[in-house]
Design a protein around this ligand. Structure first.
Ligand code: PEP
Ligand code: MN
Length: 339
């Protein structure tokens, strides 16, 4: 249930409502809006008796929330959310381009690729320091040394940096060094990690699991938001289907559904979806055309020598083309009055 406050309700009146909700045994999460504040009641299993709440000063009305993802859904937050980190905004008019290697391999490799992607127009540098690999014998990432390299990339290029936290044991370190914390497909339903991610103020990029429905993705985002972190960016990265022409099947219609159901920005990772570098540019164009808030792509200066995901990593010159294509598409959509 959502308690809608009057537009002139005072902070004390909002706090009184939260207090009353707690008295009833639930939690009240304030959602400030442009016109008025709403308080979302969470923790209830079924309808709440709102008789007393409705008579409290500053309360306008109560609305039933039908969806299980209360904070993530459009019912409680009809306007799209903008998520800002440094000079980058997700969900605004300009699609955000995040690019870099699958894994941080060395300082030279990272600074070289960061220079290339920055020059081409990327706003965020990606690179894994803790790598969730299918085989325990594959390169697992440089750990904290990789995070230190990311810090250097930020200092030298001014790019924001995104990197993955793979468990509750390393999220504190990642939180310390990264601007955006990634939670990978394999961890989309790691609920203790999601709860911990909800306790930081850093934005979280939450990737859809290979076998997760959109509702499951939204419920995972709800775990993060219910702990108090509303800076969540969703990411479609391909799902597992019977099709074996690509590594995963990029579900572009997910962008449309997520935007219908949720106010959170949603980006696309065409690299892990395709698994083939030559598909990455067309799939990125498709993602922006259907309204994605940005893309997360793998780029490497020497893909044949990459320690992970070389096959799907773009060559620098391909990335230059990709950025130009996206800028053209985004300009086209602005001219037509689209988002
Ligand atoms: C990644 O982006 O480095 C990654 C491992 O992706 P995913 O979790 O989507 O497989
Ligand atoms: Mn990868």
């Amino acid at each position: 249930m959502l308690v809608i406050m009057k537009s002139d309700a005072t902070e004390e009146e909002v706090n009184e409502v939260i207090h009353e909700i707690e008295h009833l045994g639930f939690r009240g999460i304030p959602i400030p809006g442009a016109q008025r504040t709403a308080v979302c009641i969470v923790g209830n299993n079924g309808q709440v008796d709102d008789y007393h709440i409705l008579s409290m000063p500053g309360v306008k009305e109560t609305i039933r929330v039908t969806k299980p993802y209360k904070l993530v859904g459009r019912e409680t937050h009809p306007q799209p959310s903008l998520i800002t980190v440094g000079n980058v905004t997700f969900g605004g008019k300009k699609p955000v381009i995040m690019a870099g290697p699958c894994a941080i391999e060395s300082e030279t490799q990272s600074l070289t690729i960061a220079g290339i992607v920055k020059q081409a127009g990327a706003q965020v540098f990606r690179g894994g320091a803790f790598k969730p690999r299918t085989s325990p014998y594959s390169f697992q990432g440089l750990g904290e040394d990789g995070l230190k390299i990311l810090r250097k990339v930020r200092e030298e290029t001014g790019l924001m940096v995104i990197t993955e936290a793979t468990d509750t044991g390393n999220i504190e370190l990642v939180e310390h060094y990264a601007d955006i914390i990634q939670i990978g497909a394999r961890n989309m339903q790691n609920y203790s990690l999601l709860r911990r991610a909800g306790q930081t103020t850093k934005p979280i990029l939450l990737k859809r699991g290979f076998a997760a429905t959109i509702e499951e993705l939204l419920m995972s985002a709800e775990y993060i938001m219910s702990e108090g972190n509303s800076n969540v960016i969703l990411c479609e990265r391909g799902i597992r289907t019977f099709a074996d022409n690509t590594r995963n099947t990029l579900d572009l219609s997910a962008i449309l559904t997520i935007k219908e159901l949720s106010h959170l920005p949603v980006v696309v990772d065409p690299s892990h979806a395709a698994g083939k570098r030559d598909y990455v540019i067309p799939l990125s164009r498709g993602a922006i055309a259907v309204g994605a808030a940005g893309i997360l792509v793998e780029v490497h200066n020497n893909p044949t020598k990459a320690l992970s995901d070389g096959m799907q990593s773009l060559y620098p010159e391909q990335f230059v083309t990709l950025v130009k294509d996206i800028e053209d598409l985004a300009g086209l959509s602005a001219k037509r009055g689209g988002e």
